[in-house]
Ligand binder design. Structure first.
Ligand SMILES: [Zn+2]
Length: 182
C-alpha cells in the first residue's frame, strides 16, 4: 500500500459512499453486523486456543479450519458471509456452500434449546460444515461439524453436544477469566 490509500480495497469497493462504519468489510470474510463479528471472532479465538489441548484428530480439524478461513480471507474470488438471523430451512444455524453464507439464528436457539446450545456452539458446528465442504473429507459432514463443536464445548467445560449447560451459564474460559457462555 505504499504510495497511497487504496480506497477500492476498502468498504467492499465503494469509495464514493465509504460506507463501512465498523470496518467489517476489509476482506473476503464478510461479517454482517457487530453481533456477527463478535460471534465469529469469539468462536475462532476459542477454537484456536482449544486446539492445543485436543487429541491429534480434533486438533487437525481445527488447524484445517483455520487454514480454510485464511484462504478465504486472502482470496479475490471466495467469500464467507457470517450473519445472525433466520435460516431458509429453519433450525439453529446453517451453512450454504453455494452462497458462501453461514448464519446463526440466536432467537431460535434461545426459544428451542437454550439449556443445551448457545450461539457460539452453533457457530462452531456450522464452521465444521464449511470446513467439510471446502476439504471434501469423504466422512459424514455431520461428523466433522460435531468434531469442531465438541472441541469448542470441551474448552468451555460445556460437556458434549446435547448435554445440559449449567444453569449459572458461567464457565472457566481458556483465557483464565470466568465468562458467561454467549
Ligand atoms: Zn450439522
Amino acid at each position: 500500500m505504499a504510495g497511497g490509500l487504496n480506497l477500492y480495497g476498502f468498504a467492499g469497493g465503494d469509495p464514493i459512499n465509504f460506507a463501512d462504519p465498523y470496518g467489517l468489510a476489509t476482506d473476503s470474510i464478510i461479517l454482517e453486523s457487530e453481533e456477527a463479528k463478535t460471534l465469529f471472532d469469539r468462536t475462532t479465538r476459542i477454537l484456536k486456543l482449544a486446539a492445543d489441548r485436543e487429541d491429534r484428530h480434533n486438533r487437525r480439524n481445527v488447524e484445517l479450519l483455520m487454514d480454510e478461513i485464511e484462504k478465504v480471507r486472502a482470496s479475490d474470488t471466495d467469500h464467507l458471509t457470517v450473519g445472525i438471523g433466520e435460516c431458509e430451512r429453519g433450525g439453529f444455524g446453517c451453512y450454504d456452500p453455494d452462497k458462501g453464507t453461514l448464519r446463526v439464528d440466536v432467537e431460535y436457539i434461545r426459544k428451542a434449546s437454550w439449556s443445551t446450545r448457545r450461539p457460539v456452539t452453533t457457530a462452531a458446528h456450522e464452521l465444521g460444515h464449511f470446513l467439510d465442504h471446502r476439504r471434501f473429507f469423504g466422512a459424514s459432514d455431520e461428523a466433522v461439524a460435531m468434531s469442531i463443536e465438541a472441541t469448542l464445548r470441551r474448552s468451555l467445560g460445556m460437556g458434549p453436544p446435547g448435554a445440559p449447560i449449567r444453569p449459572s451459564g458461567t464457565y472457566h474460559s481458556l483465557e483464565g477469566q470466568p465468562s458467561v457462555v454467549p
